[in-house]
Design a protein around this ligand. Structure first.
Ligand SMILES: [Mn+2]
Length: 300
């Protein structure tokens, strides 16, 4: 399909049924076309299986809007993210309430973007964590490192195998090594699945940089890295599907990502489960800040 047909905002929603919208004008970054990009950003604004707080469908929009509040210069690395070659292709056009149909669309879109530019690093903004399954299936990492309050290892939840509470299990079943950090919520069934299937996880209470490095050091590469925004302590991310007290600090995740991006080959990155309806909400500001840190640290 012709990527530029809708790029200049002319033909949204025509007969060609675009997979994504190019609705990107709020992002505080000068953008480039996907062919020339080092990073390609795609929003996955799906919230059809949300169990508690709704609004993940607005996550990508809220994150982009929150970038307007940030300086593009990241002090820590002496990097200006406005200088990076970033393509933002907008949001996937989701199929409301249809998680499997939307996952298929997301997978097709990720494949298409890989064909256009296979050397750019894909970054996804969500949207429910259920969506992470699509890029992982397409990008075929050998390991999945995830920061999450929840194990997401249920076999099924509320009648769906692709519910947000099942995503880490589905990924493990692809033969991918799974390591989960910041956990403080799970079921007995999930703990048993983890034990029987070599899924490594670190409780938020036991989390330390050393514990992180110990675990990820031996993971096979390349790695897909996922941040469920609910890994952070609830006051930092109140607008998310299932907030949990007792989470990680912002710098815990930044330091872990610094280590990963410096030492390991990363095949994809996402920030998921940002929700809400209010511009400038705290969760979106946290996510936007983390996004700028990630972009800047990979460009050090
Ligand atoms: Mn979670």
């Amino acid at each position: 399909m012709n990527l530029y047909k809708s790029f200049f905002g002319i033909s949204f929603g025509g007969a060609m049924e675009p997979l994504y919208t190019f609705r990107t004008f709020d992002m505080e970054l000068p953008l480039v076309n996907p062919e020339e990009a080092d990073y390609i950003i795609l929003g996955l604004p799906f919230d059809g299986t949300t169990s508690y707080k709704p609004g993940a469908r607005f996550g990508p929009l809220l994150i982009r809007q929150a970038t307007l509040n940030l300086e593009s210069y990241v002090l820590d690395y002496d990097v200006d993210v406005a200088q990076l070659r970033i393509a933002d292709v907008g949001d996937l056009v989701v199929m409301a309430g249809d998680v499997e149909g939307t996952l298929e669309r997301a997978a097709r879109t990720v494949e298409e973007l890989r064909e256009i530019n296979g050397s750019a690093l894909p970054i996804f903004l969500g949207g429910e964590h259920s969506m992470t399954y699509a890029p992982v299936r397409v990008l075929r990492p050998r390991s999945y490192v995830v920061f999450d309050a929840h194990l997401d290892l249920r076999n099924e939840y509320e009648g769906s195998l692709f519910n947000h509470a099942c995503v880490a299990r589905r990924i493990r079943e692809l033969g991918v090594e799974v390591a989960i950090f910041g956990v403080r919520s799970g079921t007995k069934e999930e703990i048993e699945f983890a034990r029987e299937n070599n899924v490594e996880w670190v409780h938020a209470r036991d989390y330390s940089f050393d514990a992180f490095v110990d675990l990820v050091l031996s993971l096979p590469e390349p790695i897909y890295v996922s941040v469920d925004i609910d890994v952070f302590d609830a006051p930092l991310v109140p607008e998310t599907g299932t907030p949990e007290a007792g989470g990680l600090r912002f710098w815990d995740v930044v330091e872990a990502l610094e280590w990963l991006t410096e030492r390991k080959s990363i095949v994809g990155f996402d920030i998921m489960e940002v929700a809400g309806t209010e511009i400038g909400n705290v969760t979106a500001l946290t996510a936007a800040k983390l996004l700028f840190y990630f972009l800047a640290m990979t460009a050090r």
